[in-house]
Design a binder for this molecule. Structure first.
Ligand code: UDP
Ligand code: MG
Length: 313
């Protein structure tokens, strides 16, 4: 039998020292039943606790670890895992024991029907300060991207290998993987998964990540619709604003000719000025994102890589 890897499990880790070994044990038990050749890739996203040492202490050649120079965020960690993964099937899960390894066989089964399958934490054990904004976010993302799933942000997802090799992640883009995949033409399924409360360690997400996530929703939407043809968006807005400007000027000139007093409206002027400047800033930002996105290279630095070690480098 060939020793080709059939399944890759990717786990982004940032300060999860108390969860590493327990998760490994439970994964080991489930994966022994699944009967596929596998690798478990921990991506240590700049942990400052003993996470890395804990991972290194696992004596199993199927366990790989890539350690980042500093904390770059979950999207970078997943992106790196995607690049390293060798399995035909790739599964991502959080490293905090909130995602249960027992769902893996169901994910694999569902992949027969779809290019990727997303988990849906239908019963969540997180504080309402997190679940409420997340419900709004899911609604908004569904509305804007047109992808009809319930839970975009669940870290538990399964893919055929060809999907992950074609997705470029940075910022808070991991929230929109189903949209990015759908945009590429892949089919996206969803299964309900059990979600456990976090017992050890702390959640790394707060309001500020949500705000960043919102900006990235705008970016993703822009990239989705106008990546290849930015002029079709900015040109449209530009013409609309420009024509309105000409129209207003002609009207004012007409008033002036018939001797009407135009009057001074400083607040109105300020309003118009700010609107136009605002639109300029957003478009400039989007163009910047477009350039960054097109470069298509990751800017994380790897401090330790067990794949390199195996190759004797
Ligand atoms: N994580 C990461 N980098 C970060 C933040 C989080 O790799 O900058 C990992 C974290 O260790 C966990 C997963 O991403 O394995 C999900 O994080 P968390 O549990 O904090 O998010 P939540 O479940 O609260 O949304
Ligand atoms: Mg969590």
């Amino acid at each position: 039998m060939s020793n080709k890897t059939q399944l890759s499990i990717i786990i982004p880790v940032h300060n999860e020292e108390e969860n590493i070994l327990e998760l490994y044990k439970s994964l080991y038990n489930i994966l022994s039943l699944v009967g596929k050749t596998y690798e478990i890739i921990y991506v240590d996203d700049g942990s400052t606790d003993d996470s890395f040492e804990k991972i290194k202490s696992i004596e199993d050649t199927r366990v790989k670890v890539v350690r980042f120079q500093r904390n770059y965020g979950k999207a970078a960690a997943l992106s790196c895992g995607f690049k390293k993964s060798k399995g035909d099937i790739v599964i991502t899960m959080d490293g905090d024991l909130q995602d249960d390894p027992k769902e893996i066989p169901r994910f694999i089964e569902e992949l027969d029907k779809y290019d990727m399958v997303s988990g849906w934490k239908s019963k969540r054990y997180d504080p309402i300060s997190k679940t409420l904004p997340s419900r709004f976010f899911n609604w908004l993302t569904r509305f804007i991207t047109g992808v009809k799933i319930n839970d975009f942000n669940c870290g538990y997802k399964a893919y055929h290998n060809y999907v992950v090799k074609n997705i470029n992640l940075y910022g808070e883009f991991h929230r929109y993987i189903p949209a990015l995949a759908y945009w590429r033409g892949y089919s996206v399924g969803e299964i309900e998964v059990e979600h456990h409360p976090r017992i050890h360690g702390e959640s790394k997400y707060g309001v500020e990540r949500l705000l960043k996530g919102f900006l990235d929703l705008i970016t993703v939407t822009f990239l989705m619709m106008y990546k290849k043809r930015p002029l079709h968006m900015f040109g449209g807005i530009g013409f609309l604003l420009g024509f309105s400007g000409v129209f207003i000027s002609v009207y004012l000139m007409f008033l002036w000719i018939i001797g009407e007093r135009i009057g001074e409206r400083p607040l109105l002027m300020l309003g118009i000025l700010l609107t136009v400047i605002g639109a300029q800033f957003v478009s400039l930002g989007l163009i910047g994102e477009l350039i960054t996105n097109s470069r298509n290279n990751d800017d994380y630095i790897i401090k330790y890589d067990s794949y390199e070690m195996e190759n004797g480098n």
